[in-house]
Design a protein around this ligand. Structure first.
Ligand code: SF4
Ligand code: SF4
Ligand code: FES
Length: 417
């Protein structure tokens, strides 16, 4: 069956990427982290228009331009044959076939939050192998299965195993500052597009071996031994994108670390943490969790996260606030909860940080609050890192409204609580 290149009366648009030599600083990031399905960023004739390089370039040197697609190839989706334009991604082909593609997990359709090949949420069985559909190019007679078997082992790219001396948002304050606080690993891919992303080489990374939960848990257990710690943390990118993977990873980790001292810590932007997801994670064994609250107002959330679609931003924003409240109210006695708040005067006002603090206070004034001084990074290099004095003022103000445990990250290390 041939598919129409018109949807809802509108012509479907296809893109190709090119490097703008005036903006490219030859930083090498696109070669190192982008899993380009076109055989290399800048190879425009083979470009699948996936956009992974466009998202990853810290200098905004990649430009997407519209191209015409004429020749078609035959692919097989769930046993049926279709003709789709040559040179596009599997995800795009499925979109053309009418599949719903979403940035928030829905019951139906394909959840594709990162578009970089790191999280594997969009992974499908392609010619018998689990591959991320967002960065896999269609090929003649490719066989795609959108119904993954129940027993299929999930995978995702995680990297950067390390001993972490400071810990994350969900690390209790009394542990911070010791030699090694926890063993940490970072999950690739993120659903947000923060222009000042502090971990962008993980966020936009689609290269590396995609590990199953068991293998990742074994590597983390070895890291725990190597660094002589009891805490095992996962952060990102965004750790929660691939739910099946994360829940199984925590279960595997718990089965390998049965001693009472072992702690299983998840740091997250909390934008996907629905109540049932939280229940599942706690049931799996999570003991410490650090959700972020990136703004009281949706407009602030959009500015900080780079999410320009209002409806999606509202959903993410609402989910993160609800996750924080649900966690504290339902699991406050069982799970350590530490909340992260961003601060930089160009992104959020002091008044809004205090408003967030007041809302936290209403839920529980004893919740640990960690204010992170957002610095110039990635694409947002015009902002200045807040001074020590600015962060001290934030700390004083949050303490004065009744929060008991406030720590502020500063240019000279943590202050507080
Ligand atoms: S990531 Fe951007 S700036 Fe760096 S080499 Fe690639 S195109 Fe150039
Ligand atoms: S990463 Fe995607 S958009 Fe960029 S050059 Fe490769 S195929 Fe094209
Ligand atoms: S959306 Fe494709 S790997 Fe994350």
């Amino acid at each position: 069956m041939k598919i129409s290149l018109m949807q809802g009366g509108e012509k479907i648009r296809f893109f190709s990427a090119t490097k703008n030599p005036e903006k490219c600083l030859n930083c090498g990031a696109c070669d190192e982290i982008v899993a380009c399905p076109g055989g290399g960023v800048g190879n425009t004739s083979e470009c699948a228009g996936c956009g992974a390089c466009y998202l990853a370039c810290p200098n905004e040197a990649i430009e997407l331009f519209e191209v015409q697609k004429r020749s078609e190839i035959r692919i097989c989706v769930d046993g049926e044959h279709f003709y789709v334009p040559k040179g596009i991604t599997v995800l795009k082909a499925l979109e053309l076939l009418g599949y719903e593609i979403s940035k928030f997990p829905e019951k139906e359709g394909i959840f594709a939050p990162c578009n970089s090949g790191g999280c594997y949420s969009c992974a499908l069985e392609i010619d018998g192998i689990l591959k991320p559909s967002c960065i896999t190019k269609v090929k003649e007679d490719m066989k795609i299965s959108t119904e993954l078997p129940e027993n299929l082992v999930p995978r995702r790219i995680v990297h950067g195993w390390m001993g972490h001396p400071v810990g994350g948002v969900g690390t209790p304050w009394w542990l911070k500052g010791k030699y090694y606080v926890e063993a940490a690993v970072f999950a690739c891919g993120c659903n947000l597009r923060c222009p000042q992303c502090q971990n962008w080489t993980t966020t936009y990374c689609g290269k590396g071996e995609a590990l199953d939960p068991r293998k990742a848990a074994i590597l983390m257990t070895l890291a725990r031994k190597r660094y002589g710690v009891d805490r095992m943390a996962i952060s990102g990118g965004e750790s929660t994108l691939n739910r099946r993977w994360l829940v199984n990873y925590i279960k595997e980790l718990k089965s390998l670390n049965r001693d009472e001292k072992a702690r299983f810590h998840v740091d997250t932007n909390a934008t996907l943490l629905t109540e049932d997801y939280i229940d599942e994670l706690v049931e799996a064994g999570v003991t410490d969790i650090g959700p972020d609250l990136k703004g009281f107002r949706v407009e602030t959330f959009m500015k900080i996260t780079g999410i320009s679609e209002r409806e999606l931003a509202e959903k993410y924003h609402r989910t993160s606030w609800n996750a924080f409240k649900y966690l504290v109210e339902n699991y406050g006695d069982k799970v350590f909860v530490g909340v992260g708040i961003p601060y930089n005067q160009d992104l959020i006002s002091v008044e809004e940080v205090l408003k967030i603090g007041e809302e936290i206070c209403k839920v529980d004034p004893e919740i640990q609050v960690c204010v992170l001084d957002y610095r110039p990074e990635f694409r947002n290099r015009k902002i200045s890192r807040p001074s020590f004095q600015e962060m001290k003022k934030i700390w004083d103000a949050l303490k004065s409204i009744g929060l008991k445990f406030v720590i502020c990250q500063t240019v000279h290390g943590y202050i507080g609580p």
